[in-house]
Design a protein around this ligand. Structure first.
Ligand code: KIV
Length: 286
């Protein structure tokens, strides 16, 4: 069957092209986005992957962790993001409990992010213990991005948001996790809060690209949360975040200026108003 090529559906960066970037030594850039305008801006800025992260639970919903995010919320946000993106690959982040209760349910839930959300791939947290499940999901034609190290959905087990793999045995487990994910056919692996030396070993060990956050410079790519890198939130940020802009300041100044002008009566000015046309004016004056 010939495929109908609708530009908005055929994003230019596919899963195989992302994988190829590792062989070509091209760094991969990923940012999160949760809505149409941020996804559109991210895409136009030339990023390779837009992740509809479950970090939306913290960044958008104001929760202290990601655990309450639901599948329908991820699908809702993914729909907005995928409508806005023309070039980047859109990845939906599978929320806590959407892939933990059985293979069938996991495949169905991941599939819904593709079918309804229009993402091109999903991301799942966990290494060796999720490898068999991930293989089944990939075999259902759903590309999977892995995620190891500090996996925020496991914070209660990990005892908080802590750097992982700092000693030899836990570093060895992380390397095994990455190898297991590669065997399960993931197309890339997020390494979160892992010592730079360990992510360097993992990046050399596996053929699929690694995308780091708080994991040093040797990864094949880097990811940051949209609101963190643009300085939108006022929460203290971890040391691995670089604030490239202080949008919070800019936005606050913009809204304060609007408020001051409204209070002083200097907004709106004539140029911001509509007027009735002369003839109508005369007619209505009769
Ligand atoms: O949810 C998220 O934003 C993430 C990234 C930090 C990798 O998982």
């Amino acid at each position: 069957m010939m495929s109908k090529v609708v530009p908005n559906q055929l994003k230019s960066l596919s899963v195989p092209l992302i994988k190829e970037k590792k062989n070509k030594n091209e760094k991969i850039v990923m940012v999160t986005a949760y809505d149409y305008p941020s996804a559109n801006i991210g895409d136009e800025s030339g990023v390779d992957i837009i992740l509809v992260g479950d970090s939306l639970g913290m960044v958008i919903q104001g929760n202290e962790d990601t655990l309450s995010v639901t599948l329908s919320e991820i699908i809702y946000h993914t729909k907005m993001v995928s409508k806005a993106v023309r070039r980047a690959l859109v990845v939906a982040d599978m929320p806590f409990l959407s892939y933990h209760t059985g293979v069938k349910e996991a495949i169905k839930n991941c599939g819904m992010c593709i079918k309804e959300g229009r993402a091109q791939a999903v991301k799942l947290e966990g290494g060796r213990k999720r490898a068999d499940l991930i293989k089944r999901i990939v075999d259902s034609e759903i590309p999977v991005m892995g995620h190891i190290g500090l996996t925020p959905q496991s914070i209660h087990k990990l005892g908080g948001f802590k750097v992982q793999g700092k000693d030899k045995s836990s570093a060895d487990r992380l390397i095994e996790d990455a190898v297991a994910l590669e065997k399960a056919d993931v197309f890339s692996i997020v390494l979160e809060c892992i010592p730079a030396e360990v992510s360097e070993i993992i990046t050399k060990e596996v053929k699929v690209p690694t995308i780091g956050i708080g994991s040093g410079p040797y990864c094949d790519g880097q990811v940051l949360v949209f609101h963190d890198l643009l300085g939108i939130s006022d929460d203290p940020l971890p040391r691995f975040v670089k604030k490239y802009k202080n949008l919070r300041k800019e936005i606050t100044e913009g809204i304060s200026s609007f408020a001051n002008e409204v209070k002083k009566g200097t907004f709106p000015k004539d140029e911001n108003c509509y007027h009735i046309v002369d003839t109508l004016n005369k007619e209505s004056a009769k």
